[in-house]
Design a protein around this ligand. Structure first.
Ligand code: GRF
Length: 210
């Protein structure tokens, strides 16, 4: 069993999708900590309702960045976190955490990276840009996290076909549905130690390869 920390800033639907699969045993892990910069988001309400430990990290609570980063790392270490899942977390992760948890931090992005990622590409802005580009496909990407936004090695992607009739909202909804399937699958693979690095690229091992 792995100890998972979920980092959230918004509604937390991906976090909830992962949490459900830890509860039904499909993911051999437990969400032991939820970290957020926003104490008033939907994800935090859900964590409270489900008695999951919460850690709020923001400028209001810790005005000194060094203290903030140190205290967050201590909270992760104290909870014996093995895996960090960013799920709609709107802040850049501090260096000390990226270094401590190399290849143990996952993020989900609502497009096919490396396209439509990086600073400024969040929420509906991503889908707006995809539709404007005239691309044939969008999709979801799960990747390891490094010190830049949406930049680390890609672990898994799933495509979503763009329809002529698509609106930003309709595309966002279909991509989110795929995110709720893909992210738990990758978290499961990570908890089962099935993500390996091959020539610096992550690959998910199938069960018959183990
Ligand atoms: C998702 O679209 C995810 O890809 C992106 O932020 C959104 C979070 O949504 N990183 P939710 O909070 O999981 O509902």
């Amino acid at each position: 069993m792995k100890n998972i920390a979920a980092f959230v800033s918004g509604s937390g639907s991906n976090f909830r999708a992962i949490h459900k699969q830890t509860l039904n045993g499909n993911i051999p892990g437990e969400i032991v900590l939820v970290v957020s910069n926003n104490p008033n988001c939907g994800a935090i309400t859900y964590a409270e309702e489900n008695s999951i430990q919460i850690f709020i990290v923001n400028n209001t609570r810790f005005s000194n960045p060094d203290t903030r980063e140190y205290t967050l790392l201590q909270a992760l270490l104290k909870a014996e976190v093995d895996l960090i899942c960013l799920a709609g977390y709107m802040k850049l992760l501090p260096q000390n955490i990226v270094q401590q948890y190399k290849n143990k931090i996952l993020n989900i992005h609502p497009a096919l990276l490396p396209d439509f990622g990086g600073k400024g590409y969040y929420g509906m802005k991503v889908h707006e840009a995809v539709l404007k580009s005239g691309a044939e496909y969008s999709g979801a990407t799960v990747h390891f996290v490094d010190e830049k936004y949406d930049h680390g090695p890609i672990i898994a992607q799933r495509k979503v076909k763009i329809l002529d009739t698509d609106t930003v909202e309709a595309l966002a909804e279909r991509v989110l549905k795929v995110e709720h399937e893909l992210y738990p699958e990758v978290v499961k693979a990570s908890c089962e130690n099935r993500i390996i690095m091959e020539n610096n690229k992550p690959r998910i091992l199938e069960y018959n390869e183990n």
